[in-house]
Design a protein around this ligand. Structure first.
Ligand SMILES: Cc1cc2nc3c(=O)[nH]c(=O)nc-3n(C[C@H](O)[C@H](O)[C@H](O)COP(=O)(O)OP(=O)(O)OC[C@H]3O[C@@H](n4cnc5c(N)ncnc54)[C@H](O)[C@@H]3O)c2cc1C
Length: 496
């Protein structure tokens, strides 16, 4: 009898692991800890079934996470150096701030009860004079505060007329189409290509024409295109109106009202997502090669380490980095637009702008396309007192000291960053695939040809996470909460 029980137990112990389905497992290596890489990690956790064992490694060549959401220190204070502002309908970013417990900062916030005020004044500089300038509010009288923004709207309308309404309609239509990416995962497909993803949302055609062609076909006035629209695309993408219609519409959307950022730095979104996604983070470790070894990828790092993962995710723009792929991958050639960000603590020189007093210079000096204009924009980040402010200068070329000494009458501290900032946009755009090798090597930044923003990186990352899980686990259903966690379903944004 005892022998029979022992035999039965033996059979049970021997066969149990075989007859019980083992829990599905997956190892993922993510290269890049910006908003793209950290969002892939977040959505992999969010969407994978609780029974699945998913291990995630994130590699970052620098000592901090966040990538282009970096900060710069000027005069002992810290400012956004790269990705600075978010749109009120950037729902993933809004959800991240809620989830992580970050605080929203409205630009130029004063003591106003909701922390917001209208943006400062701006002017369009053509290299010789300001061709357009709005009025600045310097009054403590509430009725003046209300009248000046209205007067500025009237000024804009006086110069650019009904074309402004056509421009606004164009931007609203594009934003509404983009909102489809927040629909429930029950009705929203998983996309294998950027082309399919854009076609589904009705955005693909906008990548076939330049912004200028698009706006002319909508009947916008040449003056509006040459001035206001050009200055916006120069500020946001360092390029003129020959960028694609889609990148242009995204850029124009980023010039509206109610723009926000994360108090203390947008990089905290990446840090928070990585922290809560149970990730092994490798800082100071650049990935130098990715080889397909059959059932897994081998990633070799600058530290001389090698890692094996079933899935490899590239969450960096591949245009200027030297990662060796074996076998080689082929993607359409793409150039990056370099934007030089120069931060100055000091005071602008009114004489450079043909003015007598520094107070006459607008808070945001924007510029039109003219080879004689040496910068894209100059904006006040913080006014310390009448004699000192911190400024951000964007330019296509490095700003030499001699030039800065003409533009600034006082220059106490200067800090420079040369950003490989965003793609050099053109029309028609040709997109790299999300799946680089037809197997399990993924490329989040293929989407950057559509538009480069923190939110578009998050949207592309969400799709890539779903693509990984659906292709790896086949029919294994996504965690139920997947569709519920879509911002469209949580209603989080409605509170903001
Ligand atoms: C000056 C400037 C202004 C901008 N303004 C805005 C704005 O106002 N609003 C907005 O929404 N967007 C803005 N953007 C764009 C936005 O910042 C980017 O689209 C977004 O941050 C890209 O995120 P990402 O994760 O795709 O890439 P990245 O942020 O570039 O992250 C990639 C990360 O990978 C790391 N890395 C690179 N190579 C390797 C390697 N071989 N191994 C390991 N790690 C590696 C990098 O160090 C980096 O941390 C701006 C960008 C710039 C440069």
């Amino acid at each position: 009898m005892v022998a029979r029980v022992v035999a039965a137990l033996f059979v049970l112990l021997f066969w149990l692991p075989i007859i019980t389905p083992s829990s599905p497992s997956l190892s993922v290596c993510i290269v890049g800890s910006g908003i793209g890489g950290s969002s892939v990690a977040h959505f992999l956790r969010e969407y994978s079934s609780p029974s699945a064992s998913v291990s995630i490694r994130v590699f970052e060549r620098r000592g901090v996470v966040g990538g282009r959401m970096a900060r710069v220190a000027v005069g002992g204070e810290s400012f956004e150096a790269g990705g600075a502002i978010l749109h009120p309908k950037n729902y993933y970013a809004l959800n991240y701030t809620k989830l992580i417990g970050l605080k929203i900062r409205w630009p130029n916030a004063t003591s106003a009860s909701d922390g917001r005020e209208d943006d400062g004044d701006f002017g369009i500089w053509d290299g010789k004079s300001f061709v357009f300038k709005t009025w600045r509010v310097n009054s403590k009288l509430p009725f003046v505060d209300k009248i000046v923004p209205l007067a500025n709207k009237a000024l804009l309308f006086w110069r650019y007329g009904f074309s402004l309404i056509r421009m606004d309609n164009f931007v609203q239509r594009t934003v509404n189409n983009f909102l489809k990416y927040y629909e429930s995962t029950n009705s929203r497909p998983v996309f294998e290509t950027v082309d399919d993803m854009l076609k589904w949302a009705g955005l693909y055609n906008l990548t076939g024409n330049t912004l200028e062609e698009e706006l002319i076909s909508l009947g916008l006035s040449p003056l509006l295109i040459r001035e206001l629209i050009t200055v916006i695309t120069r500020i946001n993408y360092g390029q003129g109106v020959s960028i694609s219609g889609l990148a242009g519409a995204v850029s124009l959307a980023g010039s509206g009202g109610d723009l926000w950022s994360v108090e203390g730095g947008n990089w905290q979104m990446a840090a928070g997502l990585i922290n809560r996604s149970n990730v092994t983070l490798h800082l100071h470790e650049a990935i130098e090669s990715i080889s397909n070894l059959g059932n897994y990828y081998e990633l070799n790092s600058s530290q001389g380490n090698s890692y094996k993962c079933e899935v490899a995710v590239v969450a960096i723009p591949l245009d200027e980095v030297d990662i060796c792929f074996d076998p080689p991958v082929s993607i359409p050639p793409r150039k990056l637009q370099h934007t030089h960000a120069t931060f100055v603590r000091g005071l602008l020189n009114p004489a450079y702008f043909g003015l007598r007093y520094v107070e006459e210079i607008p808070e945001l000096v924007s510029t039109i396309e003219d080879p004689g204009v040496p910068f894209l924009s100059i904006s006040v980040l913080k006014r310390h007192d009448e004699k000192e402010a911190t400024y951000k200068v964007f330019s296509r070329e490095a700003m030499a000291d001699a030039l800065l000494d003409q533009i600034f009458s006082v220059r106490k501290e200067t800090s420079r960053i040369d950003w490989g900032a965003y793609p050099y946009y053109k029309a028609p755009e040709v997109f790299a695939p999300f799946i680089l090798d037809g197997r399990h090597l993924y490329y989040v930044n293929a989407f950057e040809n559509a538009a480069s923003t923190m939110e578009t990186s998050a949207v592309a990352a969400e799709n890539v996470a779903r693509l990984i899980l659906s292709r790896h686990f086949g029919d294994v259903p996504l965690k139920l909460s997947a569709s519920e966690s879509s911002p469209a379903n949580t209603g989080l944004h409605l509170e903001l």
